[in-house]
Ligand binder design. Structure first.
Ligand SMILES: [Zn+2]
Length: 211
């Protein structure tokens, strides 16, 4: 009987330890998203992301060596992903008026080793690049140019290059790369067919907690 009581006591104690440890670890797991700048004062889109417009500065039926890209449709759809899933509300300038916050491009930029990238500006001056090294983001921004590179996307399907567009817009809205393995469209080490195709819960939390 004594042994049983002791086992029970030990079990209770170990359960308390498990709960304590879990409560310490879980915030890190549920908040894995990364921002630019300082953890307690991250850089972001200075005017916020709940207004403003974007311009799609590319076309559908873009032909690169016989591969046809639907760049315009992909960019519109990529922005919809963030507008529909997060607090973001940046609309196509064709439909609403307002200050331009994001310009989206898509064409052949050659063998530069990047499927896409985004450059951020403050008062018309470049303050960083979300993908191309070595241009770290050094301040908040009020404007972003997001790019898709036909050359490096030539073997990508529509959902796959659309996902690169979603990734670049994630940068434009404030997310840095996700590096700890949490499911995220901001992971920059996963390539098709292993990359994510839509924003994941951690990405959605990351945007909504930033603004
Ligand atoms: Zn990136």
């Amino acid at each position: 009987m004594k042994i049983f009581a002791e086992t029970k006591k030990r079990f209770k104690l170990s359960m308390i330890i498990v709960i304590l440890v879990a409560s310490v670890i879980s915030p890190a797991i549920s908040n894995a998203y990364e921002y630019y700048g300082w953890w307690n004062d991250p850089y972001k889109m200075i005017p916020g992301i709940s207004s403003g417009t974007y311009i799609v500065d590319t076309i559908d039926n873009y032909n690169y060596n016989g591969k046809v890209f639907m760049f315009q449709t992909a960019w519109n759809s990529a922005m919809d992903e963030w507008n529909n899933r997060t607090e973001a509300n940046i609309q196509n300038s064709i439909n609403v008026s307002g200050p331009e916050r994001i310009r989206m491009r898509g064409e052949n930029y050659g063998n530069v080793g990047l499927q896409g990238w985004v450059t951020v500006y403050k008062n018309n001056v470049v303050v960083g690049d979300g993908d191309a090294t070595p241009l770290p983001v050094t301040s908040g921004w009020d404007y972003a140019i997001a790019t898709l590179n036909a050359h490096s996307l030539r073997d990508y399907t529509y959902p796959q290059y659309r996902a690169v567009g979603i990734h670049e817009l994630g940068h434009a809205l404030g997310l840095n790369h996700e590096t700890d393995g949490t499911p995220s469209i901001m992971n920059d080490k996963l390539y098709p067919p292993n990359s994510y195709l839509v924003p994941q819960q951690d990405d959605i939390n990351g945007i909504n907690n930033l603004y």
